[in-house]
Design a protein. Structure first.
Length: 91
C-alpha cells in the first residue's frame, strides 16, 4: 500500500531532500517517520537510507527491477538501490 514506484536520484539535488534516521529500516518504518515529520512522500535507498519530501519525480521513473536492495530491517522487503528510490506515499 502506498507504493509509487522506483525512481532515479542524483546529488546534490536530491529528489527527496530530507534525510531521516530510521533504525531497522523497512518501507513502513520509513513511511511512518516521514509522515510523523509531516512529509507527503518517503523514499528508501540502498537498503538502509530513508529520505522524505513533498514532491517526487525530479528524475526518471525506472523499472521496478532497478530497485532491488533488501531492507536492513526486513530483507524480504525492497528498499531502493544505489541512487534509486523506492517511493511511497505517507498518507
Amino acid at each position: 500500500p502506498g507504493y509509487v514506484g522506483c525512481y532515479m536520484d542524483h546529488t546534490p539535488e536530491r529528489d527527496l531532500p530530507y534525510p531521516i534516521s530510521v533504525r531497522d529500516i523497512t518501507p513502513n518504518a520509513c513511511r511512518l517517520a516521514c509522515k510523523h515529520s509531516k512529509h507527503a512522500y518517503a523514499g528508501l535507498q540502498y537498503g538502509y537510507l530513508c529520505r522524505c519530501g513533498d514532491t517526487y519525480g525530479k528524475y526518471a521513473k525506472l523499472d521496478d527491477f532497478q530497485c532491488s536492495s533488501p531492507c536492513k530491517g526486513d530483507p524480504s522487503k525492497i528498499c531502493g538501490g544505489f541512487f534509486r528510490n523506492s517511493i511511497y506515499t505517507t498518507g
